[in-house]
Design a protein around this ligand. Structure first.
Ligand code: NAD
Ligand code: ZN
Length: 254
């Protein structure tokens, strides 16, 4: 790990973006470390609307296994460091995660935007009823259907509430991030990206927005990301080791 500076967060707002790397030390595989495959699957098969249309059974099996797996792992020191800094900064803190595993919330983070959705919510593939909490596993047998659509005489499958490749991000989420970044112009702000390869757009472009609004920007990643050059500073290392140091949580008396 490269030497870790301590972030100066006195009076600053902090926007953190996390990716699959933050959960790697909890035992969840990232895409990048498996050559762009997600648990041996081509992402287009399990993380696109076309993949779901082709083979909904495979997709539900995949996310059911992810649901099971996420429950067997624990948040790590990186997740905990972010929950800790949130307690200190309160409304000067916002966490945007691309992860769908729920580990940030389990570590105690509250101000979390799950920009790519959640493993533990389900929605309809056809109607716009609100997504609902769901821990169910669909490993075999009948696939879940939407009762609202059924009542209206349509057949529609339920699907995971995940933003798949080719799908739009939630506009409400984007507005909330934008408002947070533009709040109190003139006051210092920091944008920190952690454990994300910087290849999945439009989230990979958040660093550009942050810079254009005057934020200082820092990347923490195990290896250089695709957009490393966009950041003012890059700390190469594992998030569970780097984040506590970056927030000064390793100092005596803390
Ligand atoms: N845990 C999850 O929820 C999970 C897991 C896999 C994929 N996904 C989905 O895949 C998409 C992938 O994009 P992404 O950029 O988040 O992931 P990615 O897999 O593309 O990149 C992960 C990055 O993290 C780095 N990394 C690996 N271990 C690390 C560690 N211990 N500390 C710091 N960095 C580490 C890697 O070098 C890599 O650059 C996301 O949209 C997400 O929804 C989610
Ligand atoms: Zn429906």
């Amino acid at each position: 790990m490269t030497p870790v500076p301590t972030l100066d967060l006195e009076d600053a707002r902090l926007l953190v973006l996390t990716g699959a790397g933050v959960s790697a030390e909890s035992g969840l595989a990232t895409f990048r470390d498996s050559n762009g495959l997600w648990e041996q699957h081509d992402v287009q098969d399990v993380a696109s609307p076309e993949g779901f249309e082709r083979d909904p059974r495979l997709v539900w099996k995949f996310y059911s296994l992810r649901r099971e797996q996420a429950k067997t792992v624990q948040p790590n020191a990186g997740h905990r460091a972010l929950a800790d800094v949130e307690k200190r900064l309160q409304d000067r803190f916002m966490l945007v995660t691309q992860n769908i595993d729920g580990l940030h919330q389990r570590a105690g983070s509250d101000r979390v935007i799950e920009i790519h959705g959640s493993l533990f919510r389900t929605k309809c593939s056809r109607c716009d009823r609100a997504p609902f909490d769901d821990q169910a596993l669909y490993l075999e047998g009948a696939l879940p259907v939407c009762r609202v659509c059924e009542g209206a005489g349509h057949e529609a499958l339920l699907r995971p509430d995940i933003v798949w490749f080719g799908e739009m991000l939630d506009q409400g989420h984007l507005r909330a991030i934008d408002a947070f970044m533009r709040r109190d112009p003139g006051s210092p702000s920091v944008f920190l990206a952690v454990g994300t390869s910087g290849v999945v757009w439009p989230v990979a472009g958040l660093v550009n927005l942050a810079r254009s609004l005057g934020a200082s920007t820092c990347l923490v990643n195990a290896e250089p990301a695709d957009n490393t050059s966009r950041f003012h500073s890059f700390v190469q290392g594992k998030s569970a080791e780097v984040l506590p140091a970056l927030f000064g949580l390793n100092r005596a008396g803390h």
